[in-house]
Write a protein that binds this ligand. Sequence first.
Ligand code: C5P
Length: 409
Amino acid sequence: MRVLLGVTGGIAAYKVALVLRRLVEDGHSVRVAPTAASLNFVGRATWEALSGHPAPTETFEDVPSVAHVRLGQSADAVLVAPATADFLSQMASGAARDLLGNALLATEAPIVVAPAMHTEMWNDPATRANVATLRARGVHVIEPAVGRLTGPDSGPGRLPEPDALVAALYGVVRGEGLSLSDASLPWGDLAGRTVVVTAGGTREPIDAVRYLGNRSSGLQGFAIAEAARERGAEVTVVAANVTLPLGEGISRVDVSTAEELSQAVESLAPAADAVVMAAAVADFRPAAVAESKLKKDGSGGMTLELVETPDILAGLVASRPAGQVVVGFAAETGDDAGSVLQHGAAKARRKGADLLVVNEVGGGRGFGTVDNTVTILDSAGARVGEASGSKLAVAGAVLDRIVERLRTE
Ligand code: C5P
């Protein structure tokens, strides 16, 4: 079929190069009409090379062939992706400011529009009204996906993945229409899977105001949760003292102590396909908690008696249902007795988790820093992966290993 692909000025335009490639590979003839603003994100050469046709922007670029009318008239289907808030407004008002605006007015083919923008813009009453207007006119407006946006924020506003866009277009062309829940259709290699992630660091109270804690920020656990959600999983995060926000569509249980974390994990784990214990859980807690603030008594010091907390990870490994993948984290420092990896391998064998993600901490590494470097070991202590870079990149590597194990169950 002949497809008109409109590209407007949003960063998600880069994903649409893959949509074009897929359509061409499927044997369709695709004409791309990028708006001028979109060329800031993806250059004309990309569209022309992948489609094999010119990719004009302006109404006056190819006047003799009356491209502004022909492009719309000759299309069997139209996809606009990404559609910015401004473009939705232009479309809803019937404006024909550029070649794409003209072509949309001139077409009788079904039109599928995939908006992508920040959550606030998507929720703005003006955008909501424009979407309602377009839908009332029979335009198929895809709900944006929920997940990581351009900056550190998350929420509805992501352009769905290229394959989902192509599937939505084909569905509309087949006359099946577009269900509004299309963006939540299963996609990604964790679709249909339930993932529980613990994140942050526990705090064990000493008295009414003090606690024993650690420097874990929760960034790595949250990155795993966000990445798992983006890959289609149902995700619940058990967050121990984390003040960071989580993307929409991710459930969150806030806890503080190891005991609370243990109870939350115990109730969530049985239904999970994968449990990722990224939280730094205290190994010891004070034997007794003073009800009021402990006072100095002039004796020059005090001794705090600590007792071991139960190893939640070990409990999970012992009681896991068949097929569940259990992942532990080990923050290690090298010492005279062995390197970080030697300690990690010994811990992998001791703990028996399917995967142990080992990272070196101390000296400013690991905790709270934005980047991370990890080695992933299996339960025998053998290296099965490594990753370095942003915590999201590390999350991706950990999830890749989880997916491999879930596939072979
Ligand atoms: O032995 P270590 O504390 O280094 O092991 C770290 C791993 O074990 C992490 O995955 C952590 O979430 C988990 N852990 C636990 N319960 C504890 C201590 C650690 O589940 N009491």
